[in-house]
Every structure is written in C-alpha cells, then in structure tokens.
Design a protein around this ligand. Sequence first.
Ligand SMILES: [Zn+2]
Ligand SMILES: [Zn+2]
Length: 371
Amino acid sequence: MVACSPVHHGAPRTSTPPPQRAQPATRLSSAPVTARAPAPVDTQAPARPIGWLKGQTHVHTSRSYDASTPPEDVVRFYAEHDYDFVVITDHNRVTAVSAPAGSDLLVFAGAELTQNSSVCKPGPAKGFRCLFHTSAVFADAARDPAGGERFTPSYQVGRFDAYRTQFEYATRTLGGLAILNHPQFHFAANARLIARLAQRGLRHVELFNAALSSQNPNGKANAERSAERLWDAVLSAGGRVFAVAADDAHHFADAVDRRRNGKSAYVGDRAWIEVRARRDADSIRAALNAGDFYATTGPKVTDLKRAFDEYRVAIDANSQPVRIQFVGPGGKVLSETNGVTATHSGGDEPYIRARILAQDGGRAWLQPAWR
Ligand SMILES: [Zn+2]
Ligand SMILES: [Zn+2]
C-alpha cells in the first residue's frame, strides 16, 4: 500500500473548476489573525455570509518532538493550499502562531494531549501500546498553565480515565473543543469507551487520520471500513459523536528526503473538514458543535440538508462521478445513488448518515441525523 495518495497531495484534486467555496464576500481583510488575540466583534458590521470553510484540525510543527517544520512554515503551507483555517496541535504544548503576512487564513491555537506508555487498564494486546491522544482545538493560549511550554499531563492508568482527563483538560483548562484522535491507533478506544465519553460531553472523533490510514498494514480501504464500523458502533450505543478527518501531518519540506531514505512521511492536505460557518472562531465552533460540517479527503458538498425526515446532499455538478450512499446502524447501506444529488428519508433506524465515494478514491463522511 502506498504511503501517500498522490490524488490528495499537492496536485489539484480534480481537473474541474473548484467547487463552491466561501463566496468572496465572506473574505475578511488580509490582516494577520492570531489565536492569542481574536478580533473584537464589531456590532456595527453587517453579518458576514455563511459559506463552506476548509479547515485542518490536526497538524504538528517543530514544537512537537517528532516534527521539525517551524510553525510559520506549516501555516504558510495551509494558506497556499487554500485552507480557510488551521489549528496547530503539537504534542502536549499549546502553539499559537500568526497567519502568514498577506493571507486571510485563520490560525487557531491548540494542542494534542498525549499519553504514551506501555501500561494501561485494560492492557494492550500483544505488540501494542497505550497511546491516548486528544486534541484541544481553539485552545485559549491565555489560559494555558504552561504558558506555551511543554507540559506533562497527569498520567492515568485507566483508559477511560486517561481520555476523561484529556477531555477535561482540553475543554475546562484550555477552554477548547476536544477531538478524540485516531481511536484505532493501537486500538486505544473502543465504542463503549467513546460512548461513555460522549455522555460526558465528547462530541468529536477523528474518523479518518491521513497519516495513520495511509500506513495501515491491512490497507487504506480496510482502515476506512473498520473506522466506520467503530463510528456506527458508537452511534448505535447512543454516543452522539461527529466524525472529523485530518492530516496529522508531521512532514513538509522534509518529506522528500524522508521518502528517499525509506522513512514514512506524514504530509499535509490529504484529509480535512468543511464547515458551514462565518469566518470567525465563534461561528466555526458553533458549527462544529452542531454537526454542521463534514469530513472529506476530496469530495465537496455544495448543498446539504441534514434532517432525518429528508436528508439531502448535492455535490458540484462538474465533479467527477460519485456514488452517494445513505448508511444506518451496522454500516448498512439504506440507499445509494450514482449522481451528484441524493435524498433519503429515515425509517425505523435511530439514525442515518451519508457517505460520498468518488471514482478517484476520495471520500466524504457526512454527519448523522437522528430520528
Ligand atoms: Zn496522535
Ligand atoms: Zn498528531
């Protein structure tokens, strides 16, 4: 299995004109925006229109022990790849950095709360470790007790306790929004654990992690299927969580050298979210909490009505051929359409969700609608 899908890295994802993006009217001034100092709300300004914003919620910089690209270069990469916002998530360290000069990229502070050990309860299967990671996105750098330095989160031996502690640190201490990352990496979190965390307020789980999925020894497609099985199991257990896709990029300019030396390279712009919001932190956070976003490795939605009685999806009419599927508990495909629009009305299932499969291998996962 290749480590990197060329479709999603660097080159344009389709040969067609770019699908609907946030309208130009939604663009703010080009003044740099820092996560440390959000722009004051101007109550006299007209409300900015809502559009689809391309966002990255998981990426590392040289402030992580396993990456070497300076934060300024990382945010420039995402500005150059047409992102509307990016959250920096270094391991156990809050990173706040300004947007590149002349760019209207929104840059938000964050951290990936990381507990790596070989001991936990229940213990890992043979050959696996206990690697529990939760991202705090939209962290308030002013509330960071470590003041931007590396910190050591309080160690918890229990799997659930480790995640609960990370969730509380992300939300209460740092004032951010928590995303449980790559739950299947070393099979860190199962459906029951995630459903328990959902009862405590967890809303977001990383369904697709480009760094790990592309390295899965059983193949990318298998990684995707098993991640979706986990999500459906969480939803069926009553856990109302939304799916996120992210790069978890660690390598940028250094990727070429690493590959030449036979090393893996976790590069950027392979998986992201599209959020229907205004271009400001509060609106993006509200949309994430409401599930008004989708996870994608390429396909772009132009119109979306997420309702159980009438779930409607439309993608760009000029895009490559796609299959739109509506999925229920157990991953059961309830209906599918080959085309650019599809509608489904829920029946007896507790929830329905939608998935887009593009001919080039790109995928998009839309959030559930509950009965
Ligand atoms: Zn991680
Ligand atoms: Zn990471």
